[in-house]
Structures are given as structure tokens and as C-alpha cells.
Design a protein. Structure first.
Length: 263
């Protein structure tokens, strides 16, 4: 299927590793030029170089922390200076800390809000005017299965990603007449660095190994395995393509059947 992504310009946040990296890989394979960012400059540069060499697309790597508005402005300005526009925005950020209401501090709430919620809003604020002027754009937020089925011990993620979903659904209505779609994609338990980190943290609280904890996750998933980043990236790439022009305001889980609700 021709997705119409050749010569499109895509900004993929937090793309030096994990799901962001997988999405960047898939977009580049479809011919999109990339603006990549991450906090670890060395890892980011390595990822960008590998993608550019393998696919032949132009890749701009900008070391940035998306929880900082000044970094977001520098990231977007750098991308527009290089490519002239941004057609596609994939919002993404590292996951917030684990914890319960009584263990989480005010500083952790504020930091998680900047990272998980305001980063997506600020990225959208920066790229939306250009999309409206061109009357074409794709915004896709990488959130979590926690917005449909909360996960014990992930209070910050459960709370803030649900808020981002409400923002995205409302924005989708506001910008639909400009040819801009806004959707959310919800990763389940996927074989990434973040899931390894969660397994280590949560297994320690239960006095078991990380491998034993991941085995418990796998038993909860009807497919009885963790997802692979490329499986997630395949749907993300379709949702930001020309072919997905009539899909907006929706949230799609990629979870091997973990979520049990009908909607």
C-alpha cells in the first residue's frame, strides 16, 4: 500500500530509542524526512545516523528535553529552518515515575505533568499554525493503555495520559476542517527500555526478579507475549499517512488484546 509519506517532514519526539525510534525507522522506510530528538545526544546521533544511512532520507537530530518549553521551541525552529515545514508530529516522552498517591510528591507530580502532558501541548502549539496554513497535518500522541484500563502503581501515567486524551479529542474537532487529524496510539506491554525499567522497579517491590514479573505480564496478555516495537510502529505510520485522512479523534491500542473493555 502506498502511504503517501514520501517527501513529508515528520517530527518524532523522544526517538533515540524505544517506541519513538521504531516509529522513526518506519517513517523513514516510507520515505519521510525526519526531525528526531532525545535527551541523550550521543544515543540520538547514533540513531539518526543509522536511519539516514539505511534509508537514504534526510534526518535532523536535535538534542532536546521536551519537558522544557525553550527546548521545544529550539527543536521546532531547527526543523523548520532545515526543511521549511513540519507535516507530521509524533508526541512522545519518557514515562513518569511509578508510585501511589501517598508516595508521590508534589515535585514528582509537577515534573510528570511537564513531561507527559505539557510536552505534547507545547509541541502541538508550535507546529499547528503551519499545518493550518497549509491545510494538511497529522498529530499523533503516543500515550498508553492506562487511558483505557488503569494499571496499579502507575498513578501519574493513569492520570496525565487520560488528560492528554481529552485534549487530543477536543483539538481534533477544532482542526478537522483544516485537513489536520489528531489521534492517540496506546502501546501495551512492548519490548522497550521503558518496560524493562518498569519491570525492574515493580519486581523489586514484590521481591521477585524482573523476568518473573514480565512473565506475569505475559500471562495477562491474550497473545501471551510482549509486543515488538515494529508492530506498534506499523499502525503509527499508517495513522499519520495520507491514507488515514478520515480518521481523527480516536485512540487505538496496540496491546495484544490486554484491554478488556469494548471501547
Amino acid at each position: 500500500m502506498e502511504l503517501g509519506l514520501k517527501n513529508k517532514i515528520a517530527l518524532v519526539a523522544a526517538s533515540s530509542q524505544g517506541l519513538g525510534r521504531a516509529v522513526a525507522d518506519e517513517l523513514a522506510a516510507e520515505g519521510a524526512s525526519l526531525i528526531m530528538c532525545g535527551r541523550n545526544a550521543a544515543a540520538l546521533e547514533n540513531a539518526a545516523t543509522e536511519i539516514a544511512q539505511r534509508t537514504g532520507v534526510e534526518v535532523l537530530a536535535v538534542a532536546a528535553d521536551v519537558s522544557r518549553p525553550d527546548d521545544v521551541s529550539r527543536l521546532v525552529d531547527s526543523g523548520i529552518a532545515r526543511f521549511g515545514r513540519i507535516d507530521i508530529l509524533i508526541t512522545n516522552a519518557g514515562g513518569p515515575p511509578t508510585g501511589t498517591f501517598e508516595t508521590l510528591t508534589r515535585d514528582e507530580w509537577e515534573g510528570a505533568t511537564r513531561l507527559t502532558f505539557f510536552s505534547a501541548i507545547e509541541l502541538t502549539r508550535q507546529v499547528l499554525p503551519g499545518m493550518k496554513a497549509r491545510r494538511w497535518g497529522r498529530i499523533l500522541n503516543i500515550t498508553s493503555i492506562t487511558v483505557k484500563q488503569p494499571v496499579e502503581g502507575l498513578l501519574l501515567s493513569n492520570s496525565l495520559r487520560a488528560g492528554l486524551t481529552g485534549f487530543a479529542r477536543t483539538l481534533a474537532h477544532e482542526v478537522a476542517t483544516y485537513g489536520i487529524t489528531v489521534n492517540n496510539i496506546l502501546p501495551g506491554y512492548t519490548r522497550t527500555e521503558r518496560v524493562e525499567e518498569l519491570a525492574t522497579q515493580m519486581s523489586a517491590k514484590q521481591g521477585i526478579t524482573a523476568e518473573e514479573f514480565k512473565a506475569k505480564w505475559e500471562q495477562e496478555i491474550p497473545m501471551r507475549r510482549l509486543g515488538e516495537p515494529r508492530e506498534f510502529a506499523a499502525l503509527a505510520t499508517f495513522l499519520v499517512s495520507e491514507r488515514a485522512s478520515y480518521i481523527t479523534g480516536a485512540s487505538f491500542q496496540v496491546d495484544g488484546g490486554w484491554i478488556k473493555s469494548l471501547f
